[in-house]
Design a protein around this ligand. Structure first.
Ligand code: ZN
Length: 159
């Protein structure tokens, strides 16, 4: 048991984040207090943090793709065992996505589905630069097209 420095509530050690060199090897304030602190900090600095993240992500897309590629190289056996070629290719072209980017991806697919429902015209998510040409499976490279537009574009993958 350890008492949190912030809320003064005595709690199990598992309620504290680990910290090397800290007393009991954990941080002084409990997970709940830490959470409140970070979310407050985020609220107060939202714009700044969001912008920083955006810029950071832009700069790092290439690196993240390379990182992913290396991971796939190292785990080639696994990937071959578990993924069809096409899926592996898609993985290879998917940078490690931040939560924000994952949300954007989800949103695009969701929007495509609801457009299909609303209009009765089948819509599909298209890679602006096709994966086969080295385009990335990343929100920045996705657009929503009607199926016929997409088919006439050719050469792209329908996911
Ligand atoms: Zn606390």
């Amino acid at each position: 048991m350890k008492t949190c420095k912030k809320c003064n509530i005595q709690q199990k050690l598992s309620n504290f984040h680990k910290k090397k060199g800290g007393k009991f090897g954990v941080k002084a304030s409990c997970k709940t207090c830490e959470k409140i602190r970070t979310s407050l900090f985020y609220k107060e600095n939202k714009e700044y943090i969001d912008n920083r993240c955006k810029e950071y992500n832009k700069k790092n897309i290439k690196e993240r793709v390379i990182y992913r590629k290396c991971w796939l190289e190292k785990n080639r056996d696994k990937t071959i065992r578990y993924c069809a070629d096409r899926r592996a290719k898609k993985m290879e072209l998917t940078p490690i996505l931040t939560n924000n980017e994952k949300k954007q991806l989800e949103y695009i697919y969701k929007k495509s589905r609801s457009l299909t429902e609303l209009t009765g015209i089948p819509h599909e998510v298209d890679h602006i630069k096709p994966l086969v040409k080295g385009g990335l499976h990343h929100p920045d490279n996705l657009q929503i097209l009607t199926r016929s537009e997409n088919r006439s574009k050719g050469d792209s993958w329908h996911l």
